[in-house]
Design a protein around this ligand. Structure first.
Ligand SMILES: [Zn+2]
Length: 393
């Protein structure tokens, strides 16, 4: 089983429901897991039957229906995956990381780690915590097997042996350096010490993709659907993570003022809706900042204005639809601005300097500005942002 890919996957969340929480972090189960559970129970149960036959065990000494023992191994396996994930989570939390959720899926566990530990060494140890825990769990199960009282029935000791073996495989497989699997993260962390995060990620992602193609090919040729699926997940994960690291490295070097749309006045809070609509359409914006005696207080969204029947728009003001401001300073780096956008989901950020509005920042500003900055970086040369020259005294 190739489990425990720490891929940031937003699509996966849609089909998952929460079953528990750990230190405030939701633990979710993906529906794909429930679909595959009976299938795994049958497959694992079949292994019980074949092994008993090979050992010449009589059916009455089996120790219960094989399907139930198979189901037990399947549930035990996913519990083991959860323990593996929680080891990562605990280490991440201890070293200043942030974890959004843990989701158990058909290909294994996914910990959505929104903020990685800052030091590369901690990332290496965080990645190592999962496989080490799995191998430790395997050792514990083998010890339990040795300590198990002698019994004539076949299934209980075989259950322990089987689960111990699966945990050992889980631990070892995750050490394969196929980024973003644990082994790949360890590799990336070690490389990052020498060549920096961006290059280390690029190299590890390339190696990860080579493994992904290999897993996919072997999986398809040997009809191992699980391995093939893991190949696809690794490929997508390697791609999206290396892109995210690149984006972050560029945005961290940019300041908000280099990307924002300069703006020194918002709509006054007592502007009638009719007038606000004209302004929103004229500027082709989905939201505009609101000010009161020139002090920014929030924003108004196009959708809210449109929801008011046309006949009432002249009698009501934008103040009714005021949303509290999420603000950013012009000197802040663009990556922290983007993180604020992802967390609070505002339509735009208000850029304030000494309490006064100097601009707005939304997704379009970031995309457009990023393209310009990348082109400018290739040409070289820096200029003072133009808004400082245009700003009223
Ligand atoms: Zn892991």
């Amino acid at each position: 089983m190739g489990l425990a890919l720490e891929v940031v996957m937003h699509g996966g969340k849609r089909w998952a429901f929460q079953v528990a929480s750990f230190r405030g972090i939701p633990i979710r189960i993906h529906v794909s897991l429930l679909l595959v559970l009976p299938l795994l129970a049958v497959v694992f149960g079949g292994v019980f039957r074949q092994s008993a036959q090979a050992a010449g065990i009589q059916p009455e000494l089996m120790g219960g229906p094989v399907f139930l023992w198979g189901l037990g191994v399947a549930v035990g396996l996913f519990a083991s995956v959860l323990v593996h994930e929680l080891a990562h989570v605990l280490y991440a939390l201890r070293t200043g990381g942030e974890v959004r959720s843990v989701t158990l899926m058909i290909v294994g566990g996914v910990s959505e780690i929104s903020e990685m530990p800052r030091r590369h060494r901690d990332e290496v140890l965080m990645a190592l915590a999962g496989p080490v825990t799995s191998i430790g769990l395997s050792a514990l199960l083998f010890v339990a097997l040795v300590l198990l009282p002698q019994t004539r029935s076949f299934a209980p000791p075989f259950f322990l042996f089987y689960l111990a073996s699966l945990n050992l495989i889980l631990g070892l497989f995750n050490l394969v350096p196929a980024f973003p699997m644990d082994g790949g993260r360890i590799l990336r962390g070690l490389l990052a010490e020498r060549m920096g995060l961006v290059r280390a990620t690029r190299v590890s992602a390339f190696i990860g993709k080579v493994f992904a193609v290999l897993f996919l090919a072997v999986g398809l040729f040997s009809f191992n659907i699980m391995l093939a699926a893991i190949g696809v997940f690794i490929f997508m994960g390697a791609d999206s993570e290396s892109r995210q690291v690149l984006l972050r490295s560029v945005l961290e070097k940019l300041q908000v003022e280099q990307l924002m749309t300069p703006r020194f006045h918002g709509l006054e809070a007592d502007t009638p809706l009719e007038e606000a609509l004209v302004q929103l359409r004229h500027e082709r914006r989905l939201a505009l900042p609101l000010t009161q005696e020139d002090r920014p207080i929030g924003w108004v969204v196009l959708g809210d204005v449109l929801a008011v029947p046309e006949a009432q728009r002249s009698g009501r003001t934008v103040r009714e639809f005021l949303k509290p401001a999420v603000t950013v300073a012009p000197g802040e780096d663009a990556w922290s601005a983007v993180r604020r956008m992802v967390e609070a989901q505002p339509p735009l950020l208000l850029v304030l300097e000494q309490g006064r509005l100097v601009g707005t920042l939304d997704g379009n500003d970031i995309n457009a500005g990023l393209a310009v900055q990348l082109a400018r970086a290739q040409r070289g040369g820096e200029r003072s942002p133009r808004w400082r020259q245009e700003r009223p005294a």
